[in-house]
Design a binder for this molecule. Structure first.
Ligand code: GCU
Length: 418
């Protein structure tokens, strides 16, 4: 008689071989199929997506593009302040999240809540470029104490924001209109997490949690986008402790480099109930393989601190990437995700942003949702809303009220209580 363990091992191999259908190898140049695993298995069930393909995709993005963030760590909340604001229309709450003993190891959170709320409300959470005070002229908003990029128009000199920077970006954050629709708005200055310049990862959260050792870092050590995404998850940690917020209905939103960030945050952290990418382009929603507008080489050279060092291996070799950006959107499935382009934003490759959203759609459908309700790029100013949403707005690279109107409608649709 055969040895029982050899027999059962053989049986196992035979059964596994018959259970998984292997796909023919993919032609070089085509983006990877979201529904075929690295070892060639066809992903044909929600369980196979969740247990095999999604973790493998996230791992590939960590290894080759955004880098690996440290695991969760304890936070403390301090300097909590709450008062009425905006002529009594809102409650403004601010707090500080401290993630280490080091003096600069904190982020300052600003939250506006509609004044009249009974029970927890859904929220939009977004990072900003020049400080929370740029969202509104409200004099009670705390100014950042970390490094801010000089900008005459906004009102930043010697890397410190001036009083006149209050409300300088109010056009991007229609606070009153968001509140009027019953949502809270939560804001954080991205430079509190990691100042956006290449300093060898000495400052910001990298310097506190993961400083270079003798000037050296692993090829897959996290870049700034991963750090900003990490920060968004820490803000969500704090929102989970906030009784006025329904932390199961938080949409993460970001523009441009911060749209790349909201996608990476939402792809990894399943607690984000909705993800919005506004004009995120290369390294965000746009396919890298298309090489339209900004390319991998261009972005890695201009912003060497945004991605892991390992991403540079794909400079001018996009076809060799084991991932592409449709998989980043797919990793959010089945949660609602919205990708928006601007017609004049050729640097961000609007068509590439649309196509990768479409490329994520088969995963949404596998998971029982409708995905993207079109298969051709819609005309300018003709938004489409399904479980995936997309629009290309007339005009340039920006976050406008027109964009927000779609995000609010999309959130109303998906966050509505049954
Ligand atoms: C640059 C960069 C883009 C980025 C944008 C922004 O244009 O090349 O990748 O999205 O800045 O964040 O404003």
């Amino acid at each position: 008689m055969r040895h029982p363990t050899i027999l059962s091992a053989w049986l196992l191999v035979a059964l596994t071989a018959s259970a998984c259908i292997t796909a023919p190898p993919r032609k070089p140049g085509l983006p990877p199929d979201p529904l075929i695993s690295v070892d060639g298995r066809v992903i044909d069930s929600a369980a196979a997506w969740q247990d095999v393909r999604r973790p493998e995709i996230l791992e590939l993005f960590r290894q080759h593009m955004y880098g690996r963030a440290p695991s969760h760590m304890p936070l403390t909340i301090e300097s909590v302040q709450e008062e009425l604001a905006l002529d009594g229309l809102a409650r403004r709450k601010q707090w500080r999240i401290r993630y280490g003993k080091h003096e600069g190891a904190f982020l300052d959170v600003l939250m506006y809540l509609p004044r009249e709320v009974t029970g927890p409300v859904p929220a939009f959470l977004g990072l900003n470029f020049f400080g929370n005070q740029t969202l509104h002229t409200d004099p009670g908003i705390r100014m950042p104490s970390s490094w801010v990029r000089n900008d005459k128009k906004i009102g930043v000199t010697d890397n410190r924001p001036l009083e006149r920077s209050r409300g300088a970006r109010a056009n991007r954050w229609p606070v009153e209109r968001i509140l009027a629709r019953g949502y809270a708005l939560v804001a954080v200055y991205y430079g509190d997490i990691d100042p956006d310049f290449d300093d060898g990862f000495a400052n910001g959260v990298h310097g506190v949690l993961d400083p270079p050792i003798e000037g050296k870092r692993a090829p897959d050590a996290w870049g700034s986008i991963a750090a900003w995404a990490w920060g968004l998850s820490r803000v969500l940690d704090s929102l989970e402790r906030e009784p006025s917020i329904d932390a199961t209905r938080v949409a993460v939103i970001g523009h441009s480099r911060l749209g790349k960030t909201s996608l990476w945050a939402g792809a990894q952290d399943e607690r984000f109930a909705m993800v919005i990418s506004n004009n995120s382009g290369c390294g965000g929603a746009a396919y890298s393989r298309r090489r339209q507008g900004e390319t991998v080489q261009v972005i890695n050279r201009a912003f060497p601190h945004w991605f892991s060092r390992s991403f540079r291996a794909f400079n001018d070799r996009e076809d060799q990437l084991p991932i592409d950006q449709h998989l980043l959107i797919a990793a959010i499935a089945p949660r609602p995700a919205y990708v928006a382009s601007a017609a004049k934003d050729s640097w961000a490759d609007p068509e590439g942003e649309f196509l990768s959203t479409l490329g994520a759609s088969p995963v949404y459908r596998l998971l029982g949702t409708e995905g993207l309700p079109v298969d051709k790029m819609p005309e300018v100013d003709h938004p489409v809303h399904g479980q995936l949403g997309y629009h290309v707005r007339a005009g340039k690279h920006d976050l406008t009220w027109q964009d927000w109107q779609q995000y609010l409608a999309f959130a109303d649709r998906h966050f509505a209580k049954q």
